[in-house]
Design a protein around this ligand. Structure first.
Ligand code: WTA
Length: 649
């Protein structure tokens, strides 16, 4: 136990690191109370920090039954103006907006000022216009982690187009499905991506996707210089098409509730959903959460290691930092290339002050030993953050003691694609920390725990996590399918937003997220629907049936465990295992690669034919003693065979 701990489980917020912070516990309590009791005044005050073409007079206007969510609805603004032009106009054009650190440590670092960012975004915006993109059109962005990815997002926002960013690790099939779902006529991509020294064939993946769906045009950034095929009339090199565009491009005035972006995310059933965020509420929410959660101070370097293909990259590489005129670091590579010290080497090289990463990365690096950390000068670091999955106390302590030298606060931020920004966290300066607990609700957030029947649980309790009031950054709908939005989030417990997470609240009012309670698994901080992996498996001609569950994995948090029933005439073999793994990678992408394939002649089903996933989860967890009641099974013998099969693995 370190000196900072004065009672079991608590880690005192370190006073040395928070000197000068704007937020004390009393501030938090007062601001939180105001955000609930006088919500409209509180949020109007936050909104005031942005430039509005027309100030909003209606602040919150929402209902969870029926579901209709609006914030700042009569306000007019442009988020790109607020993230870029506003700062240049105020005389900060020479401040650094983005620092780009390439995959190759010897590669060229790019430092992009706000004035340069403005010029680059205008160039991209006018190029998109030249391709025919107009307000309300959906533009798919399938890019490596390079500044042009951010330029493309901001360019869309500038001209009122809706961006749909697809993570560069997704397969052609996944791209095609998303392009089709939101009827996107344009794709922005690059020749290739680079990660850990390997080339990712982005353009070739787009070409394969376009065998299945068609678009009007593809804009291609030359990044690695690798060979790619260009289809005449459809594909355009960015450097060619942008060569003669105008150097100005006004920001489109947007209603606060005009769509800003779609981001596909996995749920418990069906295909990924296109979660829709709108302009005004998302701008206010990312500006406010970034400022408070990371206690950002002028001139500091903020590094979020996520990819712009995920919501964390949207909110805390692009919008949150830039709305606050911060300097954001963008890293193309991976934590273990060329060696396990890359994160710390980059922190040292760019004098990073605030570092925000995922538990899976921390666990992987922890395993490599502290020498990789201690050989670098990390004295610039002031604050650490964690996001994406529950952080186990052991990893928390290593992060705190080894990376943070036992001195830095850690913000463990719980939130979701659907929430737009951080919802539960401690605030540096205000709260003591408990390793493994996300902490307290952010301003305006009312968490509630309920049991399976929907009974509200008070005080210290464990249950399903709901949110009872709307907040500005909340997703407004599922693109093109509002019923699905209502069904997914507001029908389990009527009148409440259901997060899909289980959670415990302790006697101090701290929240401990226990993980998903639905059929979503969290693999290395990436959300994966078990139904998606099952659909991919049964597409294979040899597979008759598949059931997929998560199981605890030391590094990834959860791994993917697949039970597979083969067609009668097919024998299991190592070749077939390899083939099925490759098949899932091809259908979804490498992040969905199964960890275990367990061939079985049958799956445990009730007499009515429902697969009993509870049993499959227990077997995958190797928790054979706790299988519970199996008497309702059509054929209880199946379970013995599965347990035997698991033991032999
Ligand atoms: C999980 C990522 C525990 C949770 C921002 C949630 C977390 C899902 C945390 C959303 C955390 C995220 N502690 N669990 N600090 N942060 N999660 O949409 O299960 O990719 O529902 O958004 O990640 O994942 P998503």
């Amino acid at each position: 136990m370190t000196e900072a701990e004065d009672r079991s489980g608590w880690v005192k917020r370190p006073t040395a690191a928070i000197e000068g912070t704007g937020c004390t516990l009393e501030d938090y309590q007062a601001l939180y109370a105001r955000s609930i009791e006088d919500s409209d005044t509180f949020w109007a005050g936050q909104a005031d920090r942005l430039d509005w073409i027309k100030d909003p007079t209606v602040i919150a206007n929402w209902s969870y039954d029926p579901v209709s969510i609006k914030w700042f609805e009569d306000g007019v603004l442009n988020i790109c103006h607020n993230a870029v032009d506003r700062h240049v106009a105020a005389g900060h054009g020479a401040s650094t907006a983005l620092i780009f650190e390439p995959d190759d440590p010897a590669g060229e670092v790019r430092r992009i000022t706000y004035a340069e960012l403005q010029a680059e975004v205008i160039r991209m915006a006018n190029t998109l216009r030249k391709m025919g993109v107009t307000k309300g059109d959906r533009v798919t962005i399938y890019m490596p982690m390079v500044p042009e990815g951010a330029f493309a997002m901001l360019a869309c926002a500038r001209i009122g187009a809706i961006h749909s960013v697809i993570f560069g690790g997704f397969s052609p099939e996944a791209i095609a499905g998303r392009v089709e779902d939101c009827r996107s006529d344009w794709i922005v991509t690059a020749d290739e991506g680079l990660r850990g020294g390997k080339r990712i064939p982005l353009k070739a993946n787009v070409d394969a996707a376009l065998d299945k769906v068609s678009v009007k045009a593809v804009l291609v950034l030359r990044h690695t210089g690798g060979e790619v095929a260009m289809t005449a009339g459809r594909d355009h090199w960015y450097h060619e098409l942008s060569a003669d565009v105008a150097a100005d491009c006004p920001c489109e005035p947007m209603q606060a509730e005009d769509p800003l972006f779609i981001l596909y995310t996995s749920g418990s059933t069906g295909k990924p959903k296109g979660v829709l965020h709108t302009t005004g509420g998302y701008a206010v929410w990312t500006e406010t959460t970034f400022r408070h959660v990371f206690d950002y101070r002028e001139g500091e370097v903020f590094w979020c290691t996520a990819d712009i293909g995920w919501v964390t990259g949207h909110s805390y590489i692009v919008y949150g930092p830039l709305l606050n005129r911060a300097t954001a670091l963008m890293f193309e590579g991976v934590p273990n290339y060329p060696d396990h010290d890359r994160f710390w080497q980059v922190c040292d090289k760019h004098q990073v002050n605030i570092f925000y990463t995922a538990p899976t990365a921390i666990r992987a690096l922890m395993r490599e030993g502290e020498g990789h950390v201690t050989k670098h000068d990390l004295s610039s670091l002031r604050l650490l953050g964690s996001v994406g999955e529950p952080i186990n106390p052991e990893a928390w302590r290593w992060y705190h003691d080894t990376v943070g030298k036992g001195e830095l606060p850690i913000v463990d931020t719980w939130w979701q694609t659907e929430t737009g920004g951080v919802m539960i966290t401690t605030l540096p300066g205000a709260h003591d920390m408990k390793p493994g607990s996300a902490g307290r609700p952010f301003f305006g957030i009312c968490p509630q725990l309920v049991d399976a029947e929907g009974e509200v649980l008070d005080g210290a309790a464990e249950g399903n996590l709901c949110i009872t009031r709307s907040w500005p950054g909340q997703a407004r709908t599922v693109y093109g399918d509002h019923d699905r939005f209502v069904q997914t989030y507001f029908s389990t417990y009527s009148g409440k937003y259901f997060t899909g997470d289980g959670c415990r609240r302790d006697e101090d009012g701290y929240y401990w997220i226990t993980g998903r309670v639905d059929d979503v698994i969290n693999v290395s901080g990436h959300r994966m629907g078990t139904a998606e992996v099952e659909s991919a498996l049964v597409l294979h001609p040899n597979v008759s049936e598949a059931a997929v569950v998560g199981f605890p994995h030391d590094i990834k948090g959860q791994g993917i465990y697949c039970y597979v029933t083969l067609n009668a005439d097919v024998a299991e073999s190592e070749d077939l295992t390899a083939e099925l793994r490759a098949h899932v990678r091809k259908e979804i992408g490498p992040i969905a690669t199964p960890d275990h394939l367990h061939f079985t002649p049958g799956l445990p089903k009730t007499r009515s034919g429902k697969i009993m996933r509870r049993i499959l989860r227990k077997i995958a967890e190797n928790d054979h003693g706790a299988l519970g009641d199996t008497s309702t099974l059509a054929d209880p013998g199946v379970v013995d065979a599965l347990v035997e099969g698991r033991r032999n693995r």
